[in-house]
Every structure is written in structure tokens, then in C-alpha cells.
Design a binder for this molecule. Sequence first.
Ligand code: ADP
Ligand code: MG
Length: 378
Amino acid sequence: MPAVEVKKLTKRFVSGGGSVVDAVKNLNFSVNEGELFTLLGPSGCGKTTTLRALAGFEDITEGQIKLFGDVVSTSDLNVPPERRGIGFVFQSYAVWPHMTARENILYALKNQDYPKDRREDRVQEALSLVGLAGGNVEDRYPSELSGGQQQRVAFARAISYEPKLLLMDEPLSNLDFQLRKRMRQSILDILDEIKVTTVYVTHDQEEAFEISDDICVMKDGVKMQQGDPEALYDSPNSPFVANFIGEANVFNAELVSKTKKSANATITKGDQKLDMVCRHEGKSDLKNPVIVIRPERIHIEVASKAGKGSKYNKTSETNEYAGKITHKIFRGASVYYDVTIGDNTTVQVRSTQSKLKVGQNLKVTIAKQDALIVQGAS
Ligand SMILES: Nc1ncnc2c1ncn2[C@@H]1O[C@H](COP(=O)(O)OP(=O)(O)O)[C@@H](O)[C@H]1O
Ligand SMILES: [Mg+2]
């Protein structure tokens, strides 16, 4: 039995002025017990709305939510948050300003009917879990704590009463970069220790990749793709996911032929054409096909004399082209080269070779495996 089952969830907001927004549309996903599941997508795509529906803060328009086998939300049922066994961490921390850190946690324990004789000990355990034990943080008011400390208090409060499900809405987005990186690791360590099923919301792909077992990518209230970080990176199913997750060269193409695992396609620009053999994941019929190539998967080497200006081999497994560097950006650990292949197709290449120069002739190799062809906008 999954810990969370969301089926055909739709949430429609009708504002006072009568305007209608479908913040979440027909969303399906499930989360296994102990898993860290992430809703990832740009601002406004419906992440917070979904999380609030899971918590019981929003009633839902259509569909169903089950937590640990029990139906908790339908269009005419909304089990209140305090009866769902959830902990919630908000983006804004939302610690109560008129209570000390200790009182914040104690109040939550009381609210959740945590055994009375265990509450004081549990406050200390929770503070210690989030690294705030000692140093008299517990007796300070939120205004006397840094942002990072407030977020730790909010986290301690959410896990103090041992919820079955933890919901976290962009908990790190108000922290500075260094702190964010450290907190990610803390969150992972703590979740590893308490092993609570977690649904995590972020718009930050790197954060999602670092912490998640499974990721649901959303756009405009709709699930675009779900998978583990590697699957999403290696096999995005759309130009949107390819661009949102990491960097990608994206080309509109014309399909020449396809089998279950490969396709031949032509990148067309004006009257210039460039043929490419591509990896095809098989399910899509490739209407309006788009070729997606990660910049670091394009192999470049200085053109040999023999190869200079001539056509290279194209096999059923690799594409080889003559290329020329037209632009270079140095970024320390890697260098980005714009390389023109064919007559006027420019690919961005990320390389560790830093010494190549604009104007340099290259041999450019793109394995079939690394030229993924997907369905574009229908
Ligand atoms: N209470 C509300 N009333 C009307 N529209 C809302 C409300 N809450 C969210 N929305 C709209 O629903 C969409 C999704 O919002 P939200 O779930 O907050 O997105 P995210 O968390 O991904 O940024 C947005 O268009 C937003 O303006
Ligand atoms: Mg949000």
C-alpha cells in the first residue's frame, strides 16, 4: 500500500471577480512509504496547491487523495489537517512569533495530543535532531533567531510529534546559497534517521536531484513526467522537461524513419539540412519531433588534416560532423563552445578542454544514445 495516492486531483480556484484558475489538473501520483518524493516545477505550476490539498488545507474540486490507505479528500470530503498525521514545513517558516522555540514545539505536541509526560523530553529530542540543542536557542523568540535557525525550529516542530507524513514547501528558498546547501544535507541526514515519508516541493532542479528518490515534474497544473533523477535527466519526454532539468540543445526536426529504439531525423533550417540518427524511447509517435542533446554529451576533438572540411562517417550508432567553434565562454570548471556543424546548425558544447579557440576546426561526435528524439508541442 502506498503512503500517498493521488488520483485525478483537480483544484479549481474561483476568485471573487469570477475568474477561474485550474491550479492542478487531473494529477496522478503515488508515494511509497519511506520515500522522499518531490514536486518540481516553475513558480505557479501548482506545487503548493497540491501540497496543501495533501495536508487538508484546501478542499479539492475533483479526484481523490488517500493517505496510508484511507480516503482523506474527495470533492465532498476533507479530513482536517490535525487528523491526517502530517507535519508541514512552510516556505516562510511560519513559526509563531510570540512563542520561544521551545514553546513552538511544545504547542505543536499539545495540539497533536502527544503523550503529556513525554512532551518536554520530546522537545529536546526534536531540537537535538535539527542541531539546535544547547546554546539556549530554545528560549529565544523567532525574532532573536537567524533565518536558518527559524527554519530548523519549523522543521523540529513538524517532526516533533512523529507524523506519518512530512510535507515541505520550498523550505530552503529563503536561505542564502551556502546555508541552503548545508541545510539540504541536514534534511537528508535527519530524514535518514527518522525515515518519515516526505513530499517535498521545490522549483530548484539541483535541490530536487540531490535529495529525491522520485520526482514529479509539473507545468501549468499538469504532470509532465515522473521518474528518478537519472531517468529524468537521461530520458526527458518533452522539450520542457529537457530544458527545465539541466541544459539542453533542442532542435525541431523532420522525421525520416523510426523503429522502436531509433529514429532518423533531419534538422532543417531554411534550405539547410542536417541528418542525425537518434535514440527513440519508443512510446511516442513523434509528431512534431524535437531532438534533445545535452551539451556535455557532445564530443569534440581537433580536426585531423585528413578530416578537415571533409564529411565524417555517420553510422547507425554515431553521428560525426565537421564543425567550427564560433563562440567560447569560460566558466572555470567547464568551457562552453558554440560549434557550428553542417552548414548552420549551432550546438552548445560543454567541455573540460579549455584551450580551444574560436575558428578552430573540429570533429564533432554525437552518439545516437545522446541524441534523444521526443515529441514536441502537439
Ligand atoms: N487561493 C487562491 N486563489 C486563486 N488562485 C490561486 C490561489 N492559490 C493559488 N492560485 C493560483 O493557482 C496557481 C498555482 O499556484 P501554486 O500552487 O501556488 O503554484 P506553485 O506553488 O507551484 O508556485 C497559480 O496560478 C496561482 O495564482
Ligand atoms: Mg509554491
